[in-house]
Design a protein. Sequence first.
Length: 204
Amino acid sequence: MRRTFFGICLVLAVSGCSSSELSLTEYVDRLNAINGAGLQQYLELLGSPQGQVLVAEGAQIDDFTPQDLQAALRAVIGIAVEVKEAADAIDPPDQVADFHHRLFDDQFTFYEEALAARAGTAADWEELSESPEMTDYRAAMAEDKQACLDFQAELDGTADRGVFADTPWIPGELKEIVDVVLGCASFPENVEDLYRYPPSTSTP
């Protein structure tokens, strides 16, 4: 499993909105703080013996058991839940409400939970690799990867025009230039090979 983490940079604020709601600058700061905390926890998990199974490829998975994957996935789910709860507690400015909900529409957790449960009962990697839960997990990750790439392309195209003038979630009158990096490169290159067994005889 490779989680995506984004960064948002407010480059220029020519004019803004006046009200009691969060300003775009305040909103960006809140999101970066939430996502930064989640990323730090995730990187700490990957750097621990428990988390190494999450990035195991090829023959490396023989160093772990499906139950190791269950424990690591549950830790990832815990991080994702914390991030989403913190994001849901934010009342975003009306101009970015759609953008906010698109960032935090994390339906993938359902597939992580199903795979974690199945990993807890799997006798070996071959059984887990061929399970319906793993098939659904790989398919959901492939869909999320493509959605991330498509959304990033949409954001990049908007940024190239200088301001978010033609998007429904940041109208032209707001006049801010924002750069958003979603971290799509964190997805595995070949999603269909994820935790596949039997693995290749050599590690990448």
